[in-house]
Design a protein around this ligand. Structure first.
Ligand code: 15L
Length: 277
């Protein structure tokens, strides 16, 4: 049986490295990044070098694709120019190209940093307002809004995954609450690419974390059943935590150091504030 063509941007990054062997089992995968092709492509994978700010290149990349897994762009906090080019202008190009090419499904790699200023003592779902913890988080909130617009106005089916931290083990206390194993990310992406009832779904990219700060009801309603448990790795997380310096601001908020980075606000007020819709 011929496999469907899926494009994955940001294919040179760390998350893509973990996902590639899983994705190629199910799809014909076109990998893309701003770098040259790596030497480890396997059957079923091809590489297209493209810059997200190059509208024509993004259009050509998405031609004939059934779905897009969009991991590309700036992936940590940076100044406005570095975030704006790939995550705002580039994202616009990506959604426009999907609309024009008739791409049916988009998986948008959003981030926990779209809601990073929620205190750790709060458990949140996806219906609370966004609370970005920096310029990067702000761009992810913008991306979620793009997903909503293109689903409502142009009929795309979009899943925005607020990814916690992807890896084979949680790295510290914070990651113990937001960790996601690549196998579970793959399961979630497949739901996003295949589930018949998706319009625009915002879900949390997390494994089964006993210390979760998130209510992932929207993911569970779509059949998501994470296989990996954060608590199985508590010892590794404790060891990582022991090497992590204390952060009087970041340690109180879900976004961690992204919150303390450049903070000049009123800590008490930010902690106590209830965001009102
Ligand atoms: C993210 O959104 C980043 O892409 C990743 O590099 C980590 O910093 C992660 O969040 C995290 O919060 O741990």
């Amino acid at each position: 049986m011929t496999k469907r063509k899926i494009v994955m941007t940001g294919a040179g990054g760390g998350v893509a490295k973990m996902l590639r062997p899983l994705l190629v089992q199910h799809y014909d995968v076109v990998l893309s990044d701003i770098t040259d092709a790596p030497g480890d492509l396997v059957a079923g994978e091809t590489w297209v070098k493209a810059d997200l700010t190059d509208r024509a290149a993004v259009g050509a990349l998405l031609e004939g694709a059934y779905g897009l897994v969009h991991l590309g762009g700036q992936s940590v906090e940076a100044d406005w120019e570095r975030v704006h080019a790939p995550n705002i202008e580039g994202l616009w190009n990506v959604f426009e190209a999907c609309r024009e090419a008739g791409v049916e499904r988009v998986i948008f790699a959003s981030s926990n940093h779209a809601v990073g200023f929620y205190p750790r003592v709060r458990k949140i779902g996806v219906y609370e307002p966004v609370r970005p913890d920096g310029i990067y988080g702000l761009s992810k909130a913008f991306g979620e809004a793009m997903g909503s617009l293109y689903a409502d106005k142009h009929g795309l089916r979009v899943m925005s995954i607020r990814i916690g931290n992807i890896g084979y083990e949680p790295l510290d206390h914070r990651r113990l609450s937001i960790w996601m194993h690549p196998d579970d990310l793959m399961q979630m992406i497949q739901i996003g690419l295949e589930h018949p009832d998706i319009h625009h779904a915002i879900v949390y990219g997390a494994s089964h974390n006993e210390r979760a700060w998130w209510d992932n009801a929207t993911a569970f309603a779509l059949g998501y059943e994470p296989k990996h448990h954060g608590e199985d790795h508590a010892a590794a997380a404790e060891a990582g935590q022991a090497k992590t310096p204390a952060d009087n601001i970041g340690d109180r908020f879900q976004g961690g150091t992204f919150c303390s980075d450049g903070f000049s606000g009123d800590l008490d007020r930010t902690l106590k504030a209830r965001q009102i819709r």
